[in-house]
Design a protein around this ligand. Structure first.
Ligand code: ADP
Ligand code: ASP
Ligand code: MG
Length: 417
């Protein structure tokens, strides 16, 4: 079971979570619980780091931001004990949750589960802080924002859980963020592949890595609401959203009147920034000189546009990166200005990426055209485009993102009746 930040925000809510966990145990399950920091806490801690130094040391950042989860894991263990359950916390370094050394965006490599399994078998509820791990040098790491989902899936895989229930503040995965579009519809099932794509383009209901890990390890993941009644039945009978394989979904749909939609969901991401380097030399190695150092610094570049060179043998290169990495990106490229050979660097954080996702795209033409037309009809300008086999993304002005999502939701006939 995993509980997110809103579910863990304060004494009353943690007490409720303890009740939900206890009922699950009473229904005959051995339970491990992964918890997030209280809502807003990680943001608060990140801010302290920024205030200390805009280009902070990421290893020390991890020491600071991992603290939020330490608090909630201890508190949940206390609340469970108050309800008469046996419970204890297992911090990331205690299990340990081994990760690589990519501080602030570490990847889980292995979880030692022997002690955990023994304690669970003895009837003790294991409470594990999400988001944190231990690198090969014995230093604390964190997994990137939203990383508790990944901790939960990794723990589920390590203990070979029957299921990984992700309890959050909405009752499942919707066609788009239900907080933005009131007409969003809840999906009963989503395939791993579509969920992975949706997460990677900004549906923060699950962290991207949690979905790829679940897919790789075959973990059954369910997304459901933690805001349920004290007397609600255990999770086995609560209708959340199940993440399933493509074959499983085909089987489920067989013999029902449910049909697959062309587009499964729409996602928006306001956390991107756009960087343009003007008058870059149009020669082999120029782009490598830009993106090589960014890759080494673990900065994920997403959309890339290189204009065709005009007669001068120069070209503009535009790309997007996470806003959180913009300062580092600018610093790295500034340092290498001579080497790369560009004229000016222009950064713009007032952009957002809107994406439509669906496996139906593979066999249908015109999905992108529908998107471009729907946006054009509302006067929304497209600054960049990228596609994959099951996704089309556009970069637009961040002021227009809510409108764009609503317009597309209607254009692809996803609106709830
Ligand atoms: P938690 O703290 O439980 O991890 P998050 O805030 O990370 O919760 O994720 C849940 C939020 O994800 C919801 O409150 C909702 O606003 C947002 N969200 C974005 N896209 C979707 C979607 N397609 N379906 C459901 N929720 C979504
Ligand atoms: N607390 C961390 C964050 O806010 C991890 C998580 O909640 O998943 O990003
Ligand atoms: Mg989350």
């Amino acid at each position: 079971m995993k509980f997110g930040g809103t579910s863990m925000a304060g004494t009353e809510r943690i007490r409720r979570v303890a009740g939900i966990v206890k009922r699950q145990q009473e229904a005959g399950h051995e339970v491990a619980v992964v918890v997030s920091a209280m809502a807003g806490e990680t943001d608060r801690l990140v801010n302290f780091c920024r205030e200390a130094n805009a280009l902070y040391d990421r290893a020390e950042y991890d020491v600071v931001v991992a603290a939020g989860e330490q608090i909630t894991s201890g508190l949940l263990a206390l609340h469970l004990q108050a309800l008469g359950c046996k419970a204890r916390s297992w911090l990331g370094w205690q299990l340990p949750v081994r990760t690589d050394d990519a501080h602030a965006a570490a990847r889980i490599e292995d979880i030692t589960s022997d002690a955990l399994l023994a304690s669970m078998a003895a009837g003790e509820i294991a409470v594990i802080p999400g988001f944190q791990g231990l690198d090969p040098d014995g230093r604390v790491t964190t997994l990137g924002r939203g990383g508790s989902d990944t901790s939960a899936v990794a723990v589920a895989a390590a203990v070979q859980a029957d299921r990984c229930d992700i309890y959050t503040d909405v009752d499942g995965v919707y066609t788009t963020d239900p907080r933005i579009v009131a007409k969003a519809r809840k999906l009963k099932y989503v395939t791993y592949e579509e969920m992975l794509e949706l997460a990677s383009v900004g549906s923060k209901v699950l962290q991207t890595r949690s979905v790829s890990l679940a897919m790789k390890e075959g973990v059954r993941v369910q997304v459901l609401s933690s805001f349920i009644d004290e007397s609600a039945p255990p999770a086995d009978s609560i209708p959340g959203t199940m993440i399933v394989s493509d074959e499983e979904l085909a089987k489920i749909l067989e013999g029902t009147d449910m049909e697959r939609q062309l587009i499964t969901g729409i996602a928006a991401d306001k956390n991107e920034a756009k960087v343009t380097l003007t008058r870059v030399a149009d020669r082999p190695g120029a782009v490598a000189a830009i993106f090589g150092p960014l890759a080494e610094a673990n900065i994920n570049v997403d959309m890339i546009i290189q204009n065709i060179a005009k007669d001068k043998g120069e070209t503009d290169v535009t790309f997007t990166c996470p806003q959180a990495d913009l300062a580092r990106t600018q610093a790295l490229l500034e340092e290498r200005k001579e080497q790369i050979g560009y004229y000016r660097m222009i950064a713009d954080s007032k952009v957002a990426k809107v994406s439509v996702v669906g496996v139906g795209m593979r066999s249908h033409a015109g999905v992108a055209a529908t998107m471009f037309k729907a946006l054009a009809d509302r006067g929304i300008n497209i600054q960049a485009i990228s596609t994959s086999e099951i996704k089309v993304s556009v970069l637009i002005d961040s002021d227009e993102v809510e409108l764009a999502v609503r317009v597309l939701h209607t254009a692809y006939e996803l609106d709830a009746a």
